[in-house]
Design a protein around this ligand. Structure first.
Ligand code: FAD
Length: 313
């Protein structure tokens, strides 16, 4: 559904200079792909966020919140409705309090993962080492339960604050949240606005060594600095003789380097798809289908995508 002129004017009254129309979304995904969003809002504070969400609900306009776009494939037809981008206005973090060996950090959803993990390392705080080098924002990290074998963000969550479809600001303790592998159960209409992270005082040198090790590993085993969304597929629970690595299955199926249009399975890490320049979401989706088909034929394992796909074809 497209926004009417009246709706556009109303939205402009609410969001003023934080609202843009027909925003090319390729600029907001690390894959550098995506058609235009009808409206794109970067709320400057929580009151503006709530007002935009209230407008969307009352006018039955679809909306979605995004962060760094490092796990999101945006289709070529773009997004009908409103994209809420939490970044400026939601980019502060601070030590909230200390409880014995625990240090609690309050971080807005739009804070970049890099900023908060670097701060933790500098302060000798342990709990976020596993997130070293993961792009995106705290909000996106929470929704995707981002992490590595060294730990997921859910390990460090004490509580999160969200705004739901009824425009209620709710704070939920970790035990009320259903985190699982790369997932937090949460309606898409709910925006995560901030999180309280519970970190532990630790050995600064040890924390930095762990994080630097992860960063180095990324540089040698991943297509570093290229337009991608990281791992395309979730690691399957049962990968037969290849254990639980989607990348190993794709590699073993001989799919490294396979290309559709300008989208290619990375030669360096088979679970990464690279935009070689000018790839469309259609290229990527066809490539994903092809990889799934071949891996299914060869290993009887049906790969599921880890990336989030939004928008119109
Ligand atoms: C090079 C590279 C390496 C990567 N390595 C890893 C890795 O090692 N481990 C890992 O787990 N991931 C990895 N990723 C994937 C990605 O960085 C993570 O999933 C990250 O947490 C996504 O954060 P984001 O802010 O970019 O989320 P986005 O892509 O913006 O959003 C992801 C999802 O969360 C929703 N969302 C975002 N913010 C909010 C919010 N505030 N409220 C409600 N919903 C929201 C979006 O609607 C979408 O559904 C990698 C990606 C790249 C490009």
């Amino acid at each position: 559904m497209m926004l009417t002129v009246t709706q556009k004017n109303l939205l402009l009254e609410i969001g003023r200079d934080s609202v843009r129309f027909d925003e090319p979304m390729a600029a907001h995904s690390t894959m550098k792909i995506g058609g235009p969003a009808d409206a794109f809002v970067v709320p400057r504070d929580i009151e503006t966020l709530k007002a935009v969400m209230r407008f969307a609900v009352e006018n039955e306009v679809p909306y979605i919140t995004i962060g760094g776009g490092s796990d999101t494939l945006i289709r070529d037809g773009g997004i009908r409705g409103i994209v809420i981008h939490l970044r400026e206005g939601f980019n502060r973090f601070e030590v909230s309090r200390e409880e014995g060996e625990d240090v609690l950090i309050l971080a807005d959803a739009g804070v970049s993962s890099g900023a908060v993990t670097r701060f933790a390392a500098e302060q000798g705080l342990s709990g976020l080492e596993g997130l070293a080098g993961i792009p995106g924002t705290v909000g996106g990290n929470i929704i995707t339960n981002a992490g590595t074998s060294l730990g997921w963000i859910s390990n460090a969550i004490d509580e999160i604050t969200v705004v739901d479809r009824q425009i209620r600001e709710l704070t939920m303790k970790k035990k009320a949240l259903e985190f699982s592998y790369r997932h937090l159960r949460m309606p898409r209409s709910t925006s995560v606005v901030r999180a309280l992270l519970r970190l532990k005082r630790g050995d600064k040198a040890e924390i930095e060594t762990k994080m630097n090790g992860l960063l180095e590993k990324r540089k040698t085993t991943q297509p570093y600095g290229q337009p991608t969304l990281g791992c395309t597929f979730r690691n399957p629970e049962k990968g037969g003789k290849h254990g639980s690595s989607a990348g190993a299955l794709i590699d073993e199926a001989g799919l490294k380097g396979i290309r559709v249009g300008k989208a290619r399975v990375s030669e360096i890490h088979a679970n990464f798809i690279i935009n070689e320049g000018g790839a469309t979401a259609k290229d990527v989706e066809i490539l994903i289908g092809l990889v799934r088909e071949r891996v299914k034929e060869k290993f009887s394992v049906l790969l599921e995508t880890e990336i989030h796909v939004i928008g119109e074809k």
